[in-house]
Design a protein around this ligand. Sequence first.
Ligand SMILES: [Zn+2]
Length: 169
Amino acid sequence: MNTLKNYTDEQIIKMIENHEIEVGDFLDSGICPTCFDKRHKGVLYGDASTRMIYEDETMECQLVGNPRAEGHTIISTKKHFRDMMELDDETCQKVFVMAKKVMNALKDIYGAKSVYECTMCDGEMNHFHIQLIPRYDYEKRGSKNFVKERKEYKEDKEKLNKLRERLNQ
Ligand SMILES: [Zn+2]
């Protein structure tokens, strides 16, 4: 595979559709797959609009497609930053204030006992994001909650709507 930088976005989309390339090819070519996916409405990772709980000019908050717990949420910036260290103060403030809001909402609406927050972006071609992982009553507290087994996302319309309503207030 030659570098994807020699191709137009349209050509790259064709290659995705024909299963000729994968995420690794983006990384090898120095192209951020997250930015590409955001620019082309989920062409790489699938349509996330049904899992989107909040969006503005700075960030997107969405429930994870393969969650480690019910309510597992990812907040990512619209603009490309490699990690938290690269964020400008204004973006950092906005994102973490929103994280606090989402965490409280998950506690109230999903009945989480607590919500864990982590950001561990690493590598040259990473797109900054925060993970919010609920811990429920029946689960032991501790760092193992960060690596709970992933499960299938099941939509709970009622909770989803409550979450959207609360975060858009
Ligand atoms: Zn990016």
